[in-house]
Design a protein around this ligand. Structure first.
Ligand code: PMV
Length: 327
């Protein structure tokens, strides 16, 4: 039996300037560039075993075999890796998510990045991280950014080759932390793929969203390079508000916000006005993520603990890029 093994660990990320909408859904080419923060603590470990003896791909998530119908994106990443290395067998994938559903964070970014990393390291060399980000992108757009640590820029590009992520600064060069307020632990009702497709095709605000985001990219890059927390926070908050304005202006309109989402936004504004600098960002769900500097983590947590339960508050710091060993 001829077996090839590979392992990778990739961390989740949270977008500061969001990706929202594709120009090509097969290749997952986004309409706009995006910039994210990779998080510590939350990651996916994935082991891929290729073998001539397997007759189909098998995927185990947290030790449970997953239905083939849910493997479309996984198969797409595997196919791309196999064709790059000229391999023809099938794979067994064993993934463990260390992204607690309780944290209200998506695991598709870390999951697809770890899958691409493990598959590439099983079949060949994993040293070309730029290429790895292209392969991860085929599983989930945000996964392209999870290949790198710290603050990461995904260039939208115009084809497979030109759409990839790169690091702006590493995790130890940036003081940016995130306190998540978990408002709803359930899976979102409108998945991001559907939500972005609907807004891109029906919201009259959508072209303005794309333009404004692409314009904010160089501003965010220089804010990050200067470790300018105020500028980073202002740009991130505005990006989230604009993204959610596209859902409210789509036809039919919808929103990811729950009543508590608005409550948390107001509390962030109140805390900021009281002199503790913090900003919010929100993804395709009701949970609110509060950005703050290290010196304020405890104060931010304490403030929100008087409105939400302790177990609704999850702190994350900047995390590292993909790794090919467990330690
Ligand atoms: O990569 P996806 O399909 O999970 O989409 C991510 C969309 C947002 O989380 C809302 C924004 C982003 O840039 O991560």
């Amino acid at each position: 039996m001829n077996e090839k093994h590979g392992f990778a660990r990739a961390h989740t990320n949270i977008a500061l300037l969001k990706y929202w909408g594709k120009i090509n859904s097969d290749l997952i080419l986004p309409a706009n560039d995006s910039i994210s923060l990779t998080l510590d603590k939350f990651y996916t470990d994935t082991e891929v075993t290729f073998s001539d003896e397997y007759t189909s791909n098998l995927f185990y998530l947290n030790h449970q075999l997953i239905d083939v119908k849910k493997m479309q994106r996984i198969n797409r990443v595997l196919e791309a890796v196999k064709s790059e290395f000229g391999y023809q067998g099938f794979a067994k994938i064993e993934s463990e998510n260390h992204v607690p559903t309780a944290a209200g964070l998506a695991s598709s970014a870390s999951g697809m990045a770890a899958l691409a990393g493990a598959a590439v390291s099983a079949l060949g060399s994993h040293t070309d991280l730029t290429n790895l980000s292209r392969l991860a992108r085929l599983g989930s757009g945000s996964a392209s950014r999870s290949v790198f640590g710290g603050i990461v820029h995904w260039h939208r590009g115009y084809d497979h080759q030109s759409s990839f992520a790169e690091q702006i600064v590493s995790e130890d060069q940036i003081d940016l932390n995130m306190v998540t307020i978990v408002i709803d632990r359930r899976q979102k009702k409108v998945k991001s793929t559907l939500g972005m497709q609907h807004t891109a095709s029906t919201s009259p605000f959508y072209p303005a969203w794309v333009e404004a985001t692409n314009q904010a990219i160089p501003e965010m890059i220089s804010a990050v390079q200067n470790n300018d927390f105020t500028k980073i926070g202002e740009l991130a908050e505005h990006s989230a508000a604009m993204m959610h304005a596209t859902t409210l202006s789509s036809k039919p309109a919808f929103t990811y916000f729950a009543p508590e989402t608005i409550q948390a936004i107001k509390l962030v504004e109140q805390l900021r006005e009281s002199g503790i600098e913090c900003y919010y960002t929100i993804d395709a769900g009701p949970n609110v993520k509060v950005l703050c500097q290290s010196k304020n983590i405890t104060r931010v947590k304490r403030f929100f603990a008087s409105y939400f339960d302790q177990d609704q508050l999850v702190v994350a710091k900047p995390g590292s890029g993909i790794k090919f060993t467990k330690n």
